[in-house]
Design a protein around this ligand. Sequence first.
Ligand code: GLU
Length: 277
Amino acid sequence: MKLRKVSVAIATGLTLSLTLAACGGDSGSDSGGGKDKITVGIKFDQPGLGLKTPEGKYTGFDVDVATYVAKELGYEAKDIVWKQAPSAERENLIRNGDVDFVAATYTINDKRKAEVDFAGPYFLAHQDLLVRTDETGITKPEDLNSKKLCSVTGSTSAQNVKEKLAPKADLQEFGGYSECLTGLENKAVDALTTDDSILAGFAAQKEHQGKFKLAGLKMSDEPYGIGLKKGDKELRDKINKALEKMQSDGSWEKFVSANFGPANYKNDPAPKITETS
Ligand code: GLU
């Protein structure tokens, strides 16, 4: 999908400028072959949303949404190159052209819209807390002001805590979620905060069963969008069309029950597409 301009010097000293189709990504299998691939940024560590399994498979709601969108853009599943898009890296990956689009629990907001464009939203989550099953001292956001809290760098969740929810909380930020889960289990932290959709997936993981619970506080709205390069109106319009079709043909419902059903997550209805200009 990405076009890269390269200069080729030939023996005569003449320099030819050629435009070649070239693709980046993790697999390396597509490099230089001129075959059309699409590179998509997802999370690798969020069960139910974006997960790279030990067998090297990609699963989750965002993976299903991205696969559907890619298909509508003309790419089969085998032509997708999945690239890890940690929260703090998403804008960079898009800006640098390392990915064609991002589907990674990516909340649409004005700060991010100054750097990238969004299609969607295609899902509405809410910020919540994951605490140990026996926790009784955290029932409202203000309780966090005297607690140790964990979140992920570059996420809206960390920002919300610092700016409004509990400015006095002892907030520890990591690059991914596994550090927070370990900390919660061994009592280095008292709560992990991010979207309820993500937390439900962690709570339902086999190795965590019975250990954690969601507090059930809807502390914010987190509308997920597909992030893409700023100004690429054509791509945004195509993705919005794909997202609309995904809802109207029943695929959205199918992806929701397949991915959130096992975690018993009660999701909001499909949101209206609003990122149109
Ligand atoms: N949806 C929130 C965000 O975009 C939190 C989850 C995440 O970090 O991906 O920041």
